[in-house]
Design a protein around this ligand. Structure first.
Ligand SMILES: Nc1ncnc2c1ncn2[C@@H]1O[C@H](COP(=O)(O)OP(=O)(O)OP(=O)(O)O)[C@@H](O)[C@H]1O
Ligand SMILES: [Mg+2]
Length: 413
């Protein structure tokens, strides 16, 4: 057997017996070489980064870090590695999340021996092919143009911040635009993406007349490069953020699938420190993908009962799909004369309120009509300070999560 034909496999599972079973199942497959086994997500990322396996057999439910998060991290560090996920749940939403995170295959646990060997062989062939592409010398990355000043593009491990309100008209677009310009800096390049593909407001709120839009990227999502993105995304001159607007015709929204949108967001995290997504209340495939793929969700309500009720429904969904920990909860259009106080809302939803943004008709309406976010106009407005604080809190949370990842992967040294 040729050396290049060998499939180097890493096994990840928190239970030793399962690791041993998988090892046994694969021992008669001559192409497979087991290069190691990890008992948790952090260890998996570390071993994968060091030993660069072709195939990782990944458990989903592990105590410290789930297999989906580990899959995503490994795909970023070792792009040719193919991940085969094993899970007891044949739950489609898990499957979908795993696929979005870059998993190649999904098997129910415990797998049949034939099923497992076929999946590993298939994934192995794919990894070997990917590797051969990568080893062709390529100068494109180095000379790909780095006008953003962030050097190696893939170095950025950006965060996806989804601004979502389950009730329309509560200020999602207003918060998304002001938050994006607040997150933007020379070291944290930020892009604002409109996921309201039918009637998106982002471009209007920034007074941008855009020629290109989201569809120009989702339609060629498997062949993106930094130059294409730079060509399509508009630059908002007053703030420096980049903007991906919604299509010019409402019916074009149907052309975008959730998977394409997720792939686009994930690609953007290699170019930008923050990818802020404005959404619609209706859970379209695109909005669902954005939520599933997010690092942070800014959830908005007002003091009105229908809005609070919709938040409640969304929270049950968020709990079921493991999104709750990503939520920063904001009350917008706050008016202290209204008897439904933030405390009552928090109690009712059993969710701490992180920020309360006041009703400021003059400032907000003027800024929307002028197409200039109020944070750019005047940072000293109380409402601007609140949005800047929201941005800081998201920056801090992002740094913490990166630090935890770094700590867990170095603590074993
Ligand atoms: N804090 C605030 N103070 C005063 N007016 C506000 C505030 N936040 C939002 N508004 C107003 O509420 C309206 C809706 O805001 P926005 O378009 O941002 O909401 P949305 O959730 O994106 O709505 P849609 O569901 O239509 O996308 C706008 O007219 C805006 O001026
Ligand atoms: Mg909106």
């Amino acid at each position: 057997m040729e050396q290049s034909d060998k499939i180097r496999v890493l096994i990840v599972d928190d239970i030793q017996e399962t690791r041993e079973n998988i090892r046994r199942m694969l021992q008669f497959e001559p192409r497979v070489e087991i290069i190691g086994a990890a008992k948790n997500g952090a260890e998996a990322i570390e071993l994968a980064t060091e030993d660069k396996p072709d195939v990782v057999i990944m458990d989903i439910n592990m105590p410290d870090m789930d297999g989906i998060t580990a899959t995503e991290a490994i795909r970023k560090k070792v792009p040719f590695a193919q991940i085969v996920v094993l899970s007891v749940q044949a739950d489609p939403s898990y499957m979908r999340r795993a696929m979005l995170a870059g998993a190649r295959d999904f098997l129910a646990k415990p797998p049949m021996i034939d099923e497992l060997t076929t999946a590993v062989r298939r994934a192995g062939d794919m990894a070997i092919e990917e590797k051969s592409k990568i080893s062709v010398p390529s100068a494109t990355v180095a000379v790909g143009g780095t006008s953003g000043g962030n050097g190696g593009y893939n170095a950025l491990n950006g965060k996806i911040v989804v601004v979502y309100s389950p009730k329309g008209g509560t200020g999602s677009s207003m918060i998304a635009t002001n938050l994006a310009v607040s997150l933007q800096s020379s070291t944290t390049p930020t892009i604002l993406v409109d996921a309201n593909l039918q009637y998106g407001d982002v471009a209007v709120m920034l007074n941008e007349q855009v020629k290109n839009n989201v569809i120009d990227l989702t339609s060629r999502v498997d062949e993106l490069d930094p130059d294409i993105v730079r060509e399509v995304a508009a630059e908002h001159t007053q703030s420096g953020i980049h903007v991906l607007a919604c299509p010019l015709q409402a019916d074009m929204a149907e052309d975008v699938t959730g998977e394409q949108f997720a792939k686009l967001l994930s690609y953007l995290t290699t170019l930008y420190a923050f990818v802020v997504v404005d959404t619609v209340s209706y859970l379209t495939d695109v909005v669902q993908s954005a939520l599933e793929y997010s690092d942070h969700i800014v959830l908005i309500t007002t003091q009105e009962i229908p809005s609070i009720k919709s938040c409640n429904l969304f929270l049950s969904l968020a709990n079921a799909s493991g999104l709750r920990d990503r939520i920063t909860f904001v009350i917008n259009r706050f008016d202290k004369r209204i008897t439904i106080t933030p405390e009552k809302i928090s109690e009712n939803l059993r969710l701490p309120v992180d920020f309360v943004i006041p009703f400021e008709e003059r400032i907000v309406t003027n800024s929307i009509n002028r197409g200039l976010p109020f944070v750019v106009e005047d940072k000293t407005y109380p409402i601007s300070k609140l949005i800047l604080n929201l941005a800081d809190s998201i920056k801090n949370k992002s740094q913490e999560s990166t630090a935890v990842l770094a700590r867990t992967s170095t603590s074993r040294r």
